[in-house]
Write a protein that binds this ligand. Structure first.
Ligand code: HEC
Ligand code: HEC
Ligand code: HEC
Ligand code: HEC
Ligand code: HEC
Length: 242
């Protein structure tokens, strides 16, 4: 009886070869897509700071000049979207101040005093903070619950160019939704990014109380006063995915 040859390829090896060939072709493509997506600005986005069509500085306007966030982000307390200011808002000042500055070319284009073909088009600002579409977010709810822009956007009043300050992933959102009390402050201080709460006289005034009647635990007090929903509701999948 002759010995069986060392290499016997059974029938299924044909099929196996196909699987190996297909996987060697597909796996690199899959990895490239995964890495490209994983490292794209939207998912790995802390510190993402796109160059804007106008080198607008929050450090100068919101910081040094002290213009309130709501002067430009007018809907932040009444709508889901904070919204960017229309061109007219800039021209309230810039029709006179630095009116001819090259840095304001995109503003003039939009307003109709620059490139005629761009007249009436909004300034093509590039979005910095961007959640995936399957996540619901609402500014009004957070800001009126006494959560400052600072908690989610960082010290915007010190940023020359805005960057994403926090990782907007599920764990980060849930970390607060499980225990929001320490992040709460009087509603009228949400746009004051330098607020500390250490000035008791001011704090009492903000809350319509006296220094003597100030609560020991501000967070717990505001949780009740602002009717913040239960942790059960805040951590329900339906709250953010519906
Ligand atoms: C004079 C108008 C003006 C004021 C005041 C202002 N902003 Fe803005 N803000 C803008 C403009 C214009 C943009 C879009 C360009 C950019 O990103 O720099 C913007 C962008 C932003 C963004 C990034 C939005 C995105 O694309 O995700 C955040 C966050 C923001 N502002 C927060 C604030 C906060 C907080 C304050 C108050 C401390 C404030 N802004 C005050 C005009 C203003
Ligand atoms: C309340 C008034 C006010 C508003 C509103 C305002 N700015 Fe300004 N901005 C100023 C002042 C004051 C300066 C400093 C001008 C200077 O140094 O000559 C300035 C400077 C600038 C500069 C630098 C100009 C240069 O040549 O160095 C840019 C760019 C600019 N602003 C963009 C904007 C944009 C975009 C908006 C609207 C989102 C806006 N500003 C809204 C007052 C304002
Ligand atoms: C609880 C966190 C949180 C707070 C508080 C918050 N933001 Fe935002 N902000 C976000 C998130 C998340 C986005 C991205 C939303 C998206 O992509 O749907 C965003 C987006 C923005 C944008 C871009 C336009 C938009 O609505 O998508 C601006 C401008 C902005 N925020 C300004 C502000 C200002 C001004 C305040 C304070 C008055 C503030 N935000 C408070 C989380 C927050
Ligand atoms: C610093 C604390 C904090 C952070 C961070 C935070 N939230 Fe909230 N969120 C709250 C509080 C408090 C409420 C309850 C507001 C209310 O209804 O009074 C709330 C309410 C909500 C609601 C219900 C809004 C409505 O219309 O009833 C949604 C949706 C939500 N948050 C989504 C998010 C998402 C998505 C993120 C992350 C990108 C996030 N939140 C980050 C504190 C936070
Ligand atoms: C407070 C808001 C919030 C709640 C509550 C919440 N999610 Fe999410 N979820 C998010 C955000 C924000 C993202 C986007 C994550 C990213 O882009 O990294 C996300 C992403 C996801 C994803 C996509 C995969 C991933 O991790 O990126 C799944 C699946 C998911 N959530 C399931 C759930 C389930 C199941 C629940 C209930 C147990 C839940 N979520 C509750 C905010 C929330």
């Amino acid at each position: 009886m002759s010995e069986r040859p060392f290499f016997v390829f059974p029938k299924w090896s044909d099929w196996l070869t196909k699987v190996i060939v297909i996987s060697t072709l597909i796996i690199p493509v899959y990895l490239v897509i995964l890495i490209a997506y994983g490292c794209s600005a939207r998912t790995l986005n802390v510190n993402y700071a796109p160059k804007q069509p106008v080198p607008y500085s929050h450090a100068f306007h919101a910081g040094k000049l002290g213009i309130n966030c709501e002067y430009c982000h007018t809907d932040v307390k009444r709508a889901a979207y904070a919204a960017l200011p229309p061109t007219q808002t800039c021209l309230n000042c810039h029709s006179l101040i630095a009116a001819k500055s090259r840095k304001l070319q995109a503003i003039r284009n939009s307003y109709g005093t620059g490139k005629k073909s761009l007249a009436g088009m909004s300034v093509p600002w590039i979005k910095v903070d961007d959640l995936p579409d399957y996540v619901y977010f609402n500014h009004e709810a957070h800001v009126n619950a006494g959560i400052s822009c600072l908690v989610c956007h960082g010290k915007v009043n010190e940023m020359t160019r805005v960057y994403q300050a926090k990782p907007f992933n599920m764990a980060w959102c849930l970390n607060c939704h499980r225990n929001p009390a320490p992040y709460l402050r009087p509603r009228n201080e949400v746009t004051n990014l330098n607020w500390t709460g250490k000035n008791k006289v001011k704090l009492a005034k903000d809350l319509g109380l006296t220094v003597a009647t100030l609560p020991h635990n501000l967070g717990k007090y505001l949780l009740k006063r602002y009717h913040i929903p239960s942790v059960k509701l805040l951590t329900d999948c339906e709250t953010c995915h519906h």
